[in-house]
Write a protein that binds this ligand. Sequence first.
Ligand code: GLC
Length: 546
Amino acid sequence: MQPRQSSTAGSRRWWQGAVGYEIYIRSFADGNGDGVGDLLGLRSRLAYLADLGVDLIWITPFYPSPMADHGYDVADYRDVDPRYGTLADFERLLAEAHELGLRVLVDLVPNHTSSGHSWFRSARRSRDDPYRDFYIWREPAAEGGPPNNWVSHFGGPAWTYDEATGEFWLHLFLPEQPDLNWANPAVAAAFDDILAFWLDRGVDGFRIDVAHALVKDPQLRDNPLRSAAPSNTSAREIWSAHEHRYDLDQPGVLEIYQRWRELAAPYDALLLGEVYLFDPWKVARYVAGQQGLHAALCVTTTRTGWDASLIRSTLREGVAAGNGYLAWPLSSHDDPRAPTRFGGGERGSHRALAYLTLLAGLPGIPFLYQGDELALENGEVPRERALDPVELRNVAGRGRDGSRTPIPWEPGAGLGFTTGEPWLPFGERRGEDTVAVQDQDPRSYLNRTRALLATRHSSTDLSGEKAVEWLASTGPIVAYRRGNVLVAANCGPDRDLLHLPQGDWEKVFVSQDAAQLRDRRLELAEDTAAVLYARVVPEAHGKVGR
Ligand code: GLC
């Protein structure tokens, strides 16, 4: 296969218009039979990814780690955990990916380390250890409790008391994930070296974990409460009951990315932030004027239910705010898979592909999560097999294991994922969920997804900079046009019609065979999307609407 050309024309960067794909390494492909996905397994599936039509892959953390949060607790930023392979395996992976025209982002976790990192082990030794100030320590409050009211994302207070030194350390996630102190220039310097380490090895950039949280209020003021949070509710609800005025999105955080941007520039590398904020205008500040991050993941797209007006407003606002610099994930390892979110069963899967069709036409970077191309629902993980700390630590836990079950590659024992015992159950996969079976069926989700991504790549209107013109502003059909291409999805309960603007439209992609084009009218069954192309360039746009 020929490597795909990267775009270097003008000021356009290689990643603009690209399609992304998230690899949750533990669950993608196991190359050594120990039941855990690894770099060897991933290497064996690179051709599959290139053939699917993605341009860049983001690999979740594979660094040495005690795995309290499955790798998001990094004990050494410059090596590979033996469960995932070796640094040499990574280098081979990178070379092979590049040969296939795939770019590779590694996951950088700068908000916190593992408590097993040598910096933290040193910091705990005494109050005047040289690494003490790499982390955020405070004396107990007057009554002996935590220094402020901040809570952990994963449940409980954001502070843990260290008996030996008589202070609390801050952790916005697990106690085993102590937050770094970005007010200390030595932390910034250490990360400069970590970035250089991976850039020198040829990575194409970084997905930056929790990119909005690195800087904290210097006075560590209490967060205001939005509502009283009952203590027996889920960690997510308790977290949401607080207004995160002082722990997230603080002044100064952009300076870190301005600095990294300079480091990344000579390598033409991409900084893609996980800016987990639900206001797209706040997210957009991280990419505004192209001075901080190059791009940011718009996490609201992974939260939207099957509701036309919600989908329309989420995408419209995201497009307006992001100005071409947002990435649009369909699902992720942190959220329920899209088909599950959209009601499950065949209907949920049809809806997920229709929604992906909407995302795939937007400016920026549409992002698939592994298994999205198969329209996989969450796997069933019985409570007694749960491994996600969010599930294990909380009474009303809504853990993330269900979206992390291993990929079903082919029917049979181990589902082509492993020859051993999978680390997490597969969760009730059927033959028709597997890559091998879907590959043989031209109408499968896999083949439709391939066709959709090919449609995006073959249309300069979709992968280029053409502005988005929103069509129907109310009703069940969400639709927009970019140049000569029109994208529409019926997110309502019944068949519906879209009156098309002037032009000689033809269908170039349908998410299922339930779209009819007649007399400048597109009829879409419920849960169906289509991409149309106008062969004759319309002179003036006709009146558009339902
Ligand atoms: C991000 C990751 C998530 C992890 C958390 C802490 O949100 O996506 O999986 O648990 O950061 O690092």
